[in-house]
Design a protein around this ligand. Sequence first.
Ligand SMILES: [Zn+2]
Ligand SMILES: [Zn+2]
Length: 242
Amino acid sequence: MEHLPKVRNGAVAKRMKKKAKKPTLLNMLPEDAIVEIVSQLVSSSSKPFADLYSLKSSCKAFFEASKDKMVKQRIALERDIFGLTWMATDKECMSVLKSCGDAGNAEANFMLALINIFKKGDINRGAEFLKRASSSDHKAALYMLNILCVRLQKHNPFAEGNSHTLKADQRIFDDYDQLKWCREKVLNAIRLVTWNNWQDNAVASVRQCNNSNCGIRGWDCRCFCSKDCEWNHEYYEFCKAT
Ligand SMILES: [Zn+2]
Ligand SMILES: [Zn+2]
């Protein structure tokens, strides 16, 4: 069987050779190809968890492939976060999110951030997950990181025992639509995690900039005197939108 394609995993290779007595198209495929097929499917499906579940139960090769890091990294969590919560207990959800997050799935790290901040009150750990997600270009995570920084600068921390060395990453958003999209996404995700809205009763006491030209709407943009002012303003919009 020298012409058998190279496979990654020795155990799988042996199994495939054994089964080769009764060859099917699927077990002729190299494991990498099967992983790629499964990854493609779960990254483009509108119900990735349901699809992954039926794939896993359909055959051994798919079952093995579903455990691959690439599948966890690429699964489109954001399309089916309800699918995940319906199909699993809280504990199972956390373990799915953690293994996807470890594999570099930005959406998983974003959700883990919100769970740590709002359910466990662990802001520092939450911020770590936000940084991890935003470093893989998850815009809503970057947005949340900035909102969190404004809140922590303005008020006492909303949970005791957190020491805050959080530094904002005030990267510019492409445009206002993207900013609004992130605002909506973050608000919805907070609702999903907490069953509650974001609240800041002290938002009215947040001091505005003294410069009367700050935040004036120009021809096609709003002009602020600094990134701090811009994010302060966005913090208001965020609190108002809940
Ligand atoms: Zn200003
Ligand atoms: Zn405004």
